[in-house]
Design a binder for this molecule. Structure first.
Ligand SMILES: Cc1ncc(COP(=O)(O)O)c(C=O)c1O
Length: 369
């Protein structure tokens, strides 16, 4: 194989260009580029069907979906969240002038630990912003119990969870709102994009207004909303991507199975496997590097990179150690022992539909030493 070409942790999936061209021709003809055009409406409908949810609002990206969700629910004061996620999760709180309160994660799922949530609740707490990390669902039952008891809103950052199925139901129906990302690096991409799943027509309407600057009609603006709209190009790509998503996930499954087969026997490497889901999406392939491996996570990270395998340390550093959060009392390492440990040991390996067999063999060979 050509070793001059790096193997990245992911490679965006795209349909054949010739299948996209008719959509482009139609957009050129219609001159409707954004603001809820034909493809936006169609994609929104098809997406709701695919995800088995009733109400979807498309967004230009997941971050704008998070910002708008917090605004739509009128969240105030403090919000309980996880430090083990991508920066956007906590940043969305700051953009809404909310204070993140970090709570440690569970070792089994790497999601927020419901057993630690109640001790972090104060009179100022108004919501929980949990993340289905690597597409592994949170303990939604416990989170819902705590939220009901303390009258808190629940938003799920489901940026990693596209297409995950759980007990025949969509866990995107849990909580008050769920937010998806269709960023280029995600299992399902629309170049950039995202969506908010809501549970009634009134909330969807409010979210749709907020993502359009707060306009409710031509002349009336009811809130200081934002420009969160998905354009027609992304929506058209979304329609095409939906057709191929099940085979994309199946291909990812096959790659994951091969990694399990060869990496499970290696002493000191622990593959993190999805649990309690009917269909995982294999959006990432995280492994934990234990002491017994004989090489630290960072040594391995740099060795693989020198060999042209661009692995990623998702999520290192923890969000709570970023300069804008590290002075919060909830950001202390002692308060977050599990997240701190995992963040020092986790490594995400390349997984994407067109990862070739010889490329995967090379990666496995490098890990086997
Ligand atoms: C957990 C998580 N939340 C939010 C986002 C933000 O999504 P977007 O890039 O679509 O704004 C991402 C990824 O980018 C993510 O991984």
């Amino acid at each position: 194989m050509n070793r001059d070409k790096p193997i990245f942790v992911t490679r965006p999936h795209l349909p054949p260009l010739k299948r996209f061209l008719p959509y482009l021709e139609e957009i050129w003809q219609n001159r409707v580029l954004t603001n809820g055009g034909k493809f936006h409406e169609l994609f929104e409908k098809e997406l709701a069907e695919y995800l088995n949810v009733e109400f979807v609002s498309l967004f230009a990206n997941g971050t704008l979906g998070l910002l708008t969700s917090l605004q739509a629910l009128e969240v105030e004061g403090e919000v309980i969240t996880t430090p083990f996620s991508f920066a956007a999760t906590a940043h969305a709180l700051v953009w809404n002038r909310l204070q993140p309160v970090f709570v440690d994660i569970e070792e089994s799922t790497l999601n927020i630990d419901p057993g630690r949530i109640e001790e972090a609740i104060t009179q100022r707490t108004s919501a929980i912003l949990a993340v289905h990390v690597y597409g592994q669902p949170c303990n939604t039952v416990e989170i819902e119990r705590i939220a009901t008891k303390h009258n808190l809103k629940v938003i799920y950052d489901a940026a990693h969870a596209f297409g995950v199925r759980c007990n025949g139901d969509s866990f995107l129906n849990k909580g008050d709102l769920s937010v998806l990302s269709f960023h280029a690096t995600k299992v399902f991409n629309t170049f950039e994009g995202g969506a908010v799943v809501s549970h009634n027509a009134h909330t969807k309407k409010r979210i749709d207004n907020l993502k359009n600057f707060g306009f409710i009609d031509e002349t009336n603006v009811v809130a200081a909303g934002i420009n969160g709209k998905m354009n027609e190009f992304s929506a058209a790509l979304g329609i095409l991507q939906l057709e191929g998503i099940d085979s994309v996930i199946e291909r990812r499954r096959l790659i994951a199975e091969k990694y399990y087969k060869f990496l499970d026997p290696i002493v000191g490497i622990k593959c993190l496997k999805p649990s309690n889901v009917d269909r995982p999406n294999f959006t990432y392939f995280p492994i934990i590097i234990e002491d017994a491996y004989g090489e630290s996570r960072d040594e391995l990270y740099w060795r693989l990179r020198r060999e042209g395998v661009i692995v990623r340390r998702y999520f290192y550093p923890l969000i709570s150690s970023f300069p804008m959060y590290r002075n919060l009392s909830s950001a202390l390492t002692e308060m977050l022992p599990v997240a701190s440990e995992v963040s020092e040991r986790v490594l995400c390996l390349p997984i994407f539909p067109d990862l070739r067999a010889d490329e995967q063999d090379l990666i496995i060979g490098l890990l086997t030493k």
